[in-house]
Design a protein around this ligand. Structure first.
Ligand code: ZN
Length: 881
């Protein structure tokens, strides 16, 4: 497939389906190579469609073995069937049934879309368009049906048989070694939410009673022998269900809720109605095989998929252009849940780091697109940080702009009005326009316009008049297909910080909405604050109130004041990051003076020393975030053009090393103070202490390799949990030499039979910023634990390498060539994994000319490979455009 040959699907071409499918009765007989699927579809003309239209069902690599209309076998000339579609030329102009039989080979399905096997377990993935790989269907989210599913399989092979909804019957198949289960889901749903699972699985379970008194059986299914690692996921499920009842007033709506972990999965997890299927990485946890980070992401993703039950399933999307309707909103909901369960500021900092690293970089490159794209060739390429993370930021801004109360009422109205429908962004926004009494048409531009806006801010204090004037201006850079940009609505939360904290804000400006909120919805504006008793330091975008870049020319001295005195935790963290960023941006450009960087290091170290002494122990999780400097990739993005990754990495090492040296004694003391004899517990407070200790370890390893290696050795040997062991390994990867190789070997021995832990081991090595890494990665591909067929392994090793700023971007182009070769190899079996990997090239245009040419050559090499999937062809084409 060449990308040019693929049709572009456009939002403006949306039109309702000519046919509807009210009921789907599936009878699926599972067998490894020959699974028979019999579908009985209850069809009728859509009153909103074209009368008399032919019925054209979607397919993907399907083979039809039988077709009947109202129970009568169809004449060969009454239909046309191919792998990609099934057409009934002249269906009756009334309701009728269609019986379709297809035969599938789940064992041969390496794309992991549709029905496939993951280490012997039958499972499905249907979002976005995988259902058409199971049977011919109107595979679009606005066609919603009530499903009844009979599953049959050999008892020994698949003792567990699960599908959506409630189990209504089970039994033996007489005279055979087979059994069956029948599931019925009373809630009409689009095909992308269909799921089945069949296999030998263990489970843990718990009874749950919803706030409105419904009894629910919760269960988490895992590979045999792993039930001991399913408890955290189940516990997280119970907590997020309670939270959704309390915070959003949402109750669960079936008798069962099942979560199943499988080891081969293209994404993180999937919200199939009543039967969430997960990448096992986001389910399995015990202290020996999961880190604090894993515990936190399991909690977040369990919640995310559960929250989809309302935002995604009960209310689904009219078409895939509305993807952010469910994803942005559900990310917002899971972020709020995690904030309530843990520390809100720390969660916000972590989320903003991710946003900047993934979404800002996407927005700044050739793959930039609006939160609601207007056109696509391959929808699978639009499950992006822009749709998810920026989509969540848009909801967060909406809440700030209209206030928590109107937001809450708007959500309630949305749930009430759109329940059971396939909705649009417009319908969603209308609810909030109604409850807030505001015109949100300008705000809606956030869904249409790509690119990260920049706010340029400057302030002036008039001591005589006691007036402070704040000038704000916004611009958004051009993005592909959008040369000129309009101003967007920007909530700018602020404080004016004086000697003793925040000064009162008095202004008559119409842009001031009260409560420290300025709404910047024009190209520029000025707000004059009166009765300002002293020259303040502005603290803007508190809590990161808008997903923008901020240019505010504060001196380092002022930033360091904010770091110690701002009442907003996020901005305290941001202030120090800004000081470091500025120093690194300067040092990462050619011809800069090392002495200047070292002087800055001393200044930052001084501030950190004071902070750690006074407050390091009060909130270790926050302190860990403070201690972590912006990553080299953040600096590259900040520089934005003519980027030399080696220069940036060198500057980063120098700054970290100098700070680490200045703080060595403090950090060692801090590590001792934070050490504990208590056994591992995954709670946020304990995790925060470990995070701070391990952040300190990383700095020591850079600053004082010998002392660092000793500490690593001690920590690795005495740790009772993976978090500390892995942190030791990661610190050691910063110290070249025999001891490192030895530790790498020890780690592999300990975790030889733990694929998910070995993934971390693979990734830690793939991220080593040394020229030997490419060969190391190639060698690791031969490791018995590695397989190109498993997405987690690929993401860990090859994806890890592609995220290695200096080695992926090697000046000789060998990093690009390697990743491009891997993309081409993977594309033959799993296009989705291949195209995500190709997305690693998204920032190639900001590189210095030599690397830029080499990256472009590798991209072009991919683009001209014959037989590419639509997924990879689309990314290659857009990346090169
Ligand atoms: Zn989601």
């Amino acid at each position: 497939m060449r990308a040019e040959d693929t049709p572009l699907i456009r939002l403006e071409d949306y039109r309702p389906s000519d046919w509807l499918i009210d009921t789907v009765d599936l009878d699926i007989s599972l067998a490894p190579q020959q699974t028979r699927v019999r579908a009985l579809l209850g069809l009728r003309p859509n009153p909103a469609g074209q009368p008399g239209a032919p019925l054209i069902l979607d397919g993907d690599e399907l083979a039809l073995s039988e077709i009947k209309l109202d129970g009568v076998t169809l004449d060969a000339n009454a239909f046309a069937a191919g792998p990609q579609s099934l057409t009934v030329h002249a269906p009756p102009r009334r309701g009728f049934t269609l019986t379709i039989e297809t035969v599938l080979d789940p064992s041969a399905n390496t794309k992991l879309m549709g029905l496939y096997r993951s280490s012997k377990v039958y499972c499905t993935q249907c979002e976005a368009d995988g259902f058409r790989r199971i049977t011919y269907f109107l595979d679009r989210p606005d066609v919603m049906s009530v499903y009844t599913v009979r599953l049959e399989a050999a008892k020994a092979e698949a003792p567990v048989l699960l599908s959506n909804g409630n189990r209504v019957a089970t039994g033996e198949v007489p005279g055979s070694d087979r059994h069956f289960a029948v599931w019925h889901d009373p809630h009409p749903k689009p095909a992308y939410l269909f799921a089945l699972v069949g296999g030998a699985l263990d489970h843990v379970r718990e009874d749950y009673v919803t706030a409105d008194g419904q009894q629910v059986e919760l269960a988490v299914y895992v590979e045999p022998g792993k039930a001991g690692r399913a408890g955290w996921a189940l516990d997280s499920l119970v907590r997020c269900m309670r939270w959704d009842e309390r915070v959003f007033g949402r109750n669960y709506d079936l008798d069962v809720f099942n979560v199943v972990a499988v080891s081969d999965f293209n994404m993180g997890a999937m919200e199939n109605k009543g039967l969430n299927i997960f990448n096992d990485k986001y389910v399995l946890a015990d202290p020996q095989t999961a880190t604090d980070g894993d515990y936190a992401s399991i909690e977040a993703i369990i919640a995310h998929e559960y929250f989809h039950n309302w935002t995604g399933n009960r209310i689904t999307c009219r078409d895939w252009f509305q993807l952010c309707l469910k994803e942005g909103l559900t990310v917002f909901r899971d972020q709020e849940f995690s904030s309530d369960e843990r520390s809100r500021p720390v969660k916000r900092i972590a989320d903003v780091r991710t946003l900047r690293a993934t979404q800002f970089s996407e927005d700044a490159g050739p793959l930039a697109h609006p939160v609601r794209p207007r056109a696509y060739k391959e929808i699978n390429n639009f499950y992006t940080p822009t749709v998810y993370e920026k989509g969540a930021e848009v909801i967060r801004m909406l809440k700030v702009l209209i206030g928590a109360d109107a937001f809450k009422r708007g959500m309630d109205l949305y749930f009430e009005r759109c329940d059971g429908t396939a909705a649009t962004i417009e319908e969603f926004l209308d609810c909030f326009a109604e409850t807030s009494g505001r015109d949100l048409s300008h705000f809606a531009r956030w869904y249409e316009q790509a690119g990260t806006p920049t706010i340029v801010a400057s302030g002036r204090y008039d001591a005589r008049a006691k007036r402070y004037t704040l000038d704000l201006a916004q611009t958004t850079p051009p993005t592909p297909g959008q040369a000129t940009k309009q101003p967007v609505v920007l909530p700018v939360t602020l404080g004016l910080v004086g000697r003793d904290g925040d000064l009162p804000l008095t202004t008559g400006s119409s842009a001031y909405a009260g409560d420290g909120l300025i709404v910047l919805d024009q190209p520029s504006l000025s707000v004059v604050f009166s009765d300002v008793a002293e020259a303040p330091i502005p603290s803007l975008l508190r809590g990161f109130s808008a997903p923008v870049r901020l240019e505010l020319d504060l001196s380092d001295a002022d930033l360091l004041r904010l770091f110690s005195a701002d009442s907003d935790s996020f901005n305290r963290w941001q202030a120090l990051q800004s000081v470091a960023t500025r120093a690194l941006v300067a040092a990462g450009r050619p011809g800069t003076d090392r002495a200047v960087l070292l002087a800055k290091a001393a200044e930052i170290a001084g501030a950190l020393e004071h902070f750690l002494r006074e407050q390091g122990l009060a909130d270790p999780a926050f302190a860990a975030q403070v201690l972590r400097l912006p990553a080299p990739a953040d600096i590259a993005r900040e520089i934005g053009g003519d980027v030399d990754p080696d220069a940036i990495y060198g500057a980063h090492r120098n700054l970290s090393g100098a700070i680490g040296q200045a703080l060595e004694a403090t950090l060692i003391g801090l590590r001792d103070t934070l050490a504990t004899k208590a056994t591992y517990a995954p709670d946020a407070a304990s995790a925060g202490r470990r995070a701070l200790r391990n952040e300190a370890l990383g700095l020591i390893a850079i600053a004082a390799p010998e002392a660092g290696a000793r500490l690593v050795e001690q920590q690795f040997s005495s740790a009772d949990n993976l978090t500390d062991r892995l942190a030791a390994l990661a610190a050691m990867t910063l110290i070249p030499g025999e001891a490192r190789e030895h530790l790498i070997g020890r780690f592999a021995e300990i975790y030889a039979s733990e694929p998910l832990v070995l993934d971390k081991w693979l990734m830690a090595q793939a991220l080593i910023a040394e020229p030997g890494t490419l060969d190391r990665v190639k060698r690791l591909m031969q490791h018995k634990g590695f397989s190109l067929g498993n997405p987690n392994r690929v993401r860990a090793l090859i994806g890890g390498f592609a995220a290695n700023l200096t080695q992926f971007n090697r000046a000789d182009g060998a990093g690009y060539e390697f990743v491009a070769d891997m993309v081409i190899a993977l594309d033959r079996t799993n296009p989705q994994v291949a195209s995500r990997l190709l997305g690693s090239f998204k920032s190639w245009k900001m590189l210095e000319p030599t690397r830029k040419d080499l990256a472009q050559a590798s991209l072009a090499m991919v683009a001209r490979t014959p037989g590419l999937s639509r997924d990879v062809a689309d990314i290659a084409e857009r990346a090169l455009a």
